[in-house]
Write a protein of this length. Structure first.
Lengths: 274, 274, 274, 274
């Protein structure tokens, strides 16, 4: 059983929480705790076993500061919808893990603004919706996305190389529930064509960043980052290929962390108990 | 203030400990906890602030299982003696950090079985003892080492590329208090000339390992490891040079972890709250 | 066009080779060269363009030392047969790349000593042969493997977590054409259960090694290696999972290097022009 | 002997060069070559042995395109002047390597705009000049720097955490001969306080970049970059400390590459034959 709590910090929190757990005969198997001293916020993730969690959340609420976020035994197997454009590498990695039940979540469907990835989805019996972005308006495009998404009530949306910018209105519907893979080492190379930018700049490392989507372009809270060395012999195209190798890896890692309730968001930052 | 505890695991340990801390008005700033389920051992490292630690250790002892190791506010600035042979890179790194007070410990003296590194020590006003290993017997060599070491009552001995194997009798005097840097990615290439072995084997990565010294050659508990890529263009000598770059880095990292009381030893393993 | 040459070293080789290329109006786009001074062997890989390669190999032979290995425009798209047992991650990665034509080779079929991975192969219309290893004798098992393999005349066999040891007789049929992924940082943890060994040893990094198969267990020439950090919180099972993440990555990287004719083997080592 | 050539690309360059070397009985021990197809520039670094280089440069000039840069046996042991402010880690690393003759260059003197690092320099008998930046004008400050530098005719200036921005006029005097260590993963976090910026942004990796200084702030050609992972438990100060560990390492690496004539600059990029 997993328990995650985020609240204002105060003296004695760990004591109060663990006393309550002991009363419920819940044995702490592992515990990760962090206090942001500057912001005065307390974060804890507990893995407990045995015991009885009846009424646990209410009892915890009584001893914790007002406004505490408490999640006892969060949904163990999240539902996700994946949005894609044409690049296959991140989607294929997710489909494989989903197929072999090692994703830690369950993919409900895939939506593509191009039809390119329909075939690979069908091979895994995965529903695929082709919703072209060429619609009378962006609002209509996003309405069609929403219509499909709403059928599945997903816990998270995963943008697996989805190359369209979503409107604030859309993003607001899924606060800190949209996860994107950005093909650069943010905050370097924000926006379009980061590999071309990296090539022009002559960098010696390129990166990839998995982050929650907020309404500032490429500015949401970062979950995970990874880099790969490059050199003068790389063309811009070679950099794209090298980058793809880490994009799927860093996205898979970020998803695992989120699906295991190891990621807390506050302000524009994350606490990650990896 | 730092508190480190290692004991048999049982239900309610975190609750008992944090309740006692709250009674002392000690606020938990950070806490790292681990339970080895297979061995049933509980490890915790707490950083607390404010409050009053009078009688804390005794109070903790009452609620913890028999045999618990409790250290309240361990020596904040350890004393160390460094043993060297001829290679300068690890020693120089330690001397520099010591000189600028960023080592997290205080180097008392350096002992060399060669005189090569006397000059660099003198430049930092660091006492240097030249004790050649060519003595009538190994026992006499080690007795001379012990005579010098005993003058300084160090908390730790650091073997900074000390190329002599110490006898079980010597090591036993400093249980889990001798830290060695081994120039390979243990357990690969145990023993002499690991870089030559690595070269012959044609590996594509070479490593360095910082570990506590036990009485099995290169077999003590590992604290930290690091690697660096190599390729076909590296001669055995090039591998030595590449390895040296990470040897000083991984040793410095391991020392920092040990000096900050972040490393627990049990059996032949470590728990490292990095 | 790719040209790879391996021969005894002597003065003027680069001059002789490049003069001949110039006569054929072949422009050198990129060139990687290495001389193993100890063994006195010269290696070169040239990428050339334009020009005419008629008779090029014969002309080169005339100026190169006796015994030179010359390959002008080696098979651009190798044929491979993949052998598997039960673990899906390396195979799935290969199937995906093969499906999207980014493997740099063409997978002809997959052979499993278990039927576990038949389904994933069928989803990609990939022929799968289930050849159980429980046969009257190892010789009969390997004969059945050979019978299937021979139908496809592959350039390389890829052991993508194939958990049976092949006999010298079998390996000899495919000299330096069998590529294996070993789930450890060779030469540490040779043989069975490397992750269990790594767990017992308490290492802080685990690795994976892609290598050519020779007749010494886990001793063939190494192509590529990679590592991933682990810590005390990892069970042996967690180490297996962490290792799998790099196994597919390091195997994919090694295959790319081999398929692009960037890997030379000599003795028990490789030259890799990555 | 090292030979480095940079010129317009054309067919047959390698052939022409190696034919000339063969005539001089110069045996090619290692050769690294690169063609930037987009810019049509050819780069080569040759290590040759035996033979006779009398008149070699002139002979090469005859066969190479106009404007070729040829350097036969470049200064094997460069002279450098180091500029610092208050932080010790990069300077100390350089002084240690210089003292043990492993820097690949010879440090002539150190100039600090603060006196903080005078002591460490004196311990290594290294001339130290304290030139405060509080001068009537920046021009006067830079004139005083120049006066000292000119005494030593250095091949390179190394900014080892020198926290003043040099004027275009000053930089122009040392074209592509000023090497800086920037404490971020450029182009992220240009300008002041990059660690504070990184902390605010909540990044999961921080970096350091060694680059040639041009007249655009933090925009010169990049030589080497390196990163280190960080997490939510790092304060901005912790990030500074973590960053310092890689700053000295990446600067040392970049200096080694430059001093061994492995770095070519063109436009705002480098070719690095590492």
């Amino acid at each position: 059983m997993i328990i995650v709590i985020q609240c204002k910090d105060q003296v004695g929190l760990v004591g109060s929480i663990s006393t309550i757990l002991a009363k419920h005969q819940l044995n702490i198997v592992s515990m990760r705790e962090h206090v942001d001293k500057a912001e005065n916020i307390f974060f804890v993730r507990l893995q407990v076993e045995d015991g009885d969690d009846t009424g646990l959340e209410a009892t915890l609420k009584e001893v914790l500061p007002e406004g505490a976020t408490i999640s006892v035994n969060p949904i163990p197997h999240k539902k996700v919808v994946v949005l894609v454009t044409k690049e296959y590498h991140c989607l294929a990695d997710i489909l494989i893990r989903n197929f072999f039940n090692t994703l830690g979540a369950s993919v409900q469907c895939v939506i593509g603004n191009h039809a390119t990835l329909q075939d690979i989805c069908q091979r895994f019996d995965m529903p695929f919706y082709h919703i072209p972005h060429e619609q009378p308006s962006k609002a209509e495009f996003e309405q069609k996305l929403t219509d499909v998404i709403d059928q599945y009530s997903p816990d998270y949306l995963v943008l697996a190389k989805f190359m369209r910018i979503l409107s604030p209105g859309f993003v607001t519907k899924f606060p800190m529930r949209v996860i994107n893979i950005h093909h650069s080492f943010l905050p370097a190379f924000i926006g379009a064509n980061p590999y071309r930018q990296a090539f022009e700049r002559g960098v010696k490392l390129i990166g990839a960043t998995a982050h929650f989507v907020s309404n500032e372009l490429d500015e949401g809270p970062i979950i995970a980052q990874q880099i790969i060395p490059v050199n003068h012999s790389f063309t811009a195209t070679d950099m794209v290929k090298a980058g793809q190798e880490i994009e799927s890896s860093v996205l898979a890692n970020a998803l695992k962390l989120v699906f295991e309730d190891r990621v807390f968001v506050y302000g524009n930052k994350t606490v990650v108990f990896s």
